[in-house]
Write a protein that binds this ligand. Structure first.
Ligand SMILES: [Zn+2]
Ligand SMILES: [Zn+2]
Length: 156
């Protein structure tokens, strides 16, 4: 699941199958709870925290620790991305499938709003820069921090 070996997973079902394989290769149990958490995480429309995901799964009785652990595994499997966003406390996650893999973030340092944008040019520039340094780029994380339109207006 690297930019290099572009074998893109775009469907949740496909991602779940990939996750199962990943768990087996790691010698980890493929439990119903893990798959349920994975399915819910991969179906989230945008960024979410582990607590939000846990809230969405509360009726299924998943513990918050299991939710965290499963998110970490999904990140290691390359199916979910852990984003460090300015102005947010704790990790924010997002599904990392298909077109969603290729976007950057503009983060408002005042209200925490996240604006997503396509970043092909920036990604390409980063790739070229990496190459020039003999660096093997595995993942591009493109993020800008500043003030959103609403905050600029209200802060004058
Ligand atoms: Zn703002
Ligand atoms: Zn995003």
């Amino acid at each position: 699941m690297r930019l290099k070996e572009e074998q893109e997973i775009t469907e949740v079902a496909e991602a779940l199958a990939h996750f199962e394989g990943f768990l087996r290769r790691r010698g980890l149990k493929v439990t119903k709870t893990r798959l349920l958490i994975a399915e819910r995480a991969l179906s989230m429309p945008g960024h979410f925290s582990a607590t939000e995901l846990w809230g969405a799964l509360r009726e299924q009785g998943a513990s918050v620790a299991t939710v965290y652990r499963t998110l970490e595994l999904l990140a290691e499997a390359g199916l979910v991305r852990r984003c460090i966003l300015a102005g947010t406390s704790g990790a924010i996650y997002e599904p990392y499938l298909g077109r969603r893999r290729h976007h950057g973030h503009l983060v408002c340092r005042n209200c925490g709003r996240v604006i997503e944008f396509r970043s092909q040019d920036l990604e390409e520039g980063l790739r070229r820069t990496a190459e020039a340094h003999g660096f093997c780029l595995e993942e591009a994380v493109i993020q800008g921090i500043g003030l959103c339109r609403q905050c600029r207006e209200s802060l004058g």
